[in-house]
Write a protein that binds this ligand. Structure first.
Ligand SMILES: Nc1ncnc2c1ncn2[C@@H]1O[C@H](COP(=O)(O)OP(=O)(O)OP(=O)(O)O)[C@@H](O)[C@H]1O
Ligand SMILES: [Mg+2]
Length: 388
């Protein structure tokens, strides 16, 4: 990702030149420059539009005037510690406008150095109030749904996805801004600048491809999850890969996944893809929770291993993890509706009862569970293949 390192090593006079730079003044991002003590020495036009402060009202004031002071103390400590050691700080800042209204912004704060001495800071911010509202609404929605319905897992997945979509979007925004700034300097553009712009365009395209890929996968997931059960031709491996992609945020930080199958599984089968997705989504989320619980204080990656073999007119599936496991006394209860060992808001206890019902009623199969506390869990199940 392109960073603004080119403005962090300015001499004192060119640092001051930044304040008369037209590209900064009319940038679509909020720009704030402070001295080393955090006293505001410059703000641009966008800053006035968003915060409602006029330049002459805020210049000379400490930058914390703009902070809501509502983020936790460690947050502010990390912010200042990072900057004072000469590093760039990036993150979401909860700020306060002149009229007392709060807003969220995505900030990139760069230390400015002169002869390796820190002389001030430049903050480039984009307003993210709308995105933050979306995430909050999604979190509320997720909680309400988890009280009522297994579809809660969809809420859980989408908040992760909003984050994944927002990340490339925020660097697309800041890169586009950088290009805009460069374009204003076109009359004396150098080869170095042209190469910089090429790099930035490459980053923008990469961000767009990431979003495109996510949205395409999400479309496939939502389409197959529509309430009317459709019976259609589908490929089991494609469906599992789609689920692994959609649930990635759930497991990627603590689990690796292996998928084993041979060529006999590659043919299309007939059935309800949404039901198959429900089976795998539930099992992956359960295993991911079990692994996270087991390795919570360690930096170890767990393993979820899915193996599919064909036996006569059935697919036999083994779904195994090396998570926290289930005690002997608990195993007989796990398929009962509403049985859960998880905290309120995390589990409703419906997942495995739904999985069992789908396997038995929709796919004429059977499911069993073998588990050992602190070693891991294996679900073995069969689904009848219908290919006509
Ligand atoms: N892979 C696993 N490893 C360890 N325990 C598991 C595993 N899968 C299920 N369990 C246990 O079985 C219980 C029931 O699982 P189930 O999926 O039905 O409900 P849940 O995960 O608690 O809630 P949800 O309705 O959100 O799925 C869990 O609470 C957990 O104790
Ligand atoms: Mg579950």
């Amino acid at each position: 990702m392109k960073s603004y390192t080119d403005i962090t090593n300015k001499t004192d006079s060119s640092y001051n030149d930044l304040k008369t730079d037209k590209a900064l003044e009319f940038s679509e991002s909020v720009v704030i420059i402070t001295n080393i003590k955090g006293i505001i020495t410059y703000v641009n036009k966008k800053f006035e539009d968003i915060t409602l402060y006029k330049k002459n009202e805020i210049i000379g004031k400490p930058v914390y005037t703009l902070s809501s002071q509502k983020q936790n103390p460690e947050f502010y400590k990390d912010f200042w510690d990072t900057l004072k050691t000469g590093n760039k700080w990036s993150g979401a800042f909860h700020s306060r406008k002149k009229n007392g209204e709060y807003y969220w912004c995505n900030s990139n704060v760069f230390p400015v150095k002169e002869n390796s001495q820190l002389i001030g800071f430049i903050s480039i911010e984009t307003d993210m109030t709308e995105e933050k509202k979306l995430i909050d609404i999604n979190n509320d929605l997720r909680y309400q749904l988890s009280e009522q319905d297994k579809i809660a897992s969809l809420g859980l997945l989408t908040s992760g996805l909003i984050h994944e979509i927002y990340t490339p979007l925020s660097f697309i925004k800041s890169n586009a801004d950088y290009l805009n700034k460069k374009i204003h300097q076109f009359e004396n553009i150098s080869i170095h600048d042209i190469n910089d712009c090429k790099d930035v365009i490459k980053d923008i395209n990469e961000g767009i491809s990431n979003i495109e890929h996510l949205v395409k996968e999400l479309k496939g997931y939502v389409y197959d999850m529509k309430p009317n059960i459709t019976i259609e031709k589908f490929n089991l491996i494609d469906i599992i890969n789609n689920i692994l992609f959609i649930t990635k945020n759930e497991y990627k930080y603590h689990s690796n996944i292996e998928l084993h199958y041979d060529d006999s599984i590659k043919h299309d089968i007939i059935g309800s893809p949404s039901k198959i997705k429900q089976i795998f989504t539930n099992l992956i989320i359960n295993s991911s929770h079990a692994i996270r619980e087991k390795y919570k204080d360690e930096n170890t990656m767990g393993l979820i291993s899915i193996t599919i073999i064909k036996l006569a007119e059935f697919y036999m599936i083994s779904f195994k993890d090396n998570g926290i496991g289930i005690s002997k006394n608990t195993i007989p209860n796990i398929f009962n509706p509403l049985f859960t060992t998880k905290k309120k808001g995390i589990g409703t206890g419906l997942g495995l009862s739904i999985v069992k019902e789908i396997i038995e009623k929709n796919y004429a199969g059977k499911i069993q569970c073998k588990s050992k506390k602190n070693v891991g869990t294996e679900f073995k199940f069969s689904i009848k293949i219908n290919n006509k």
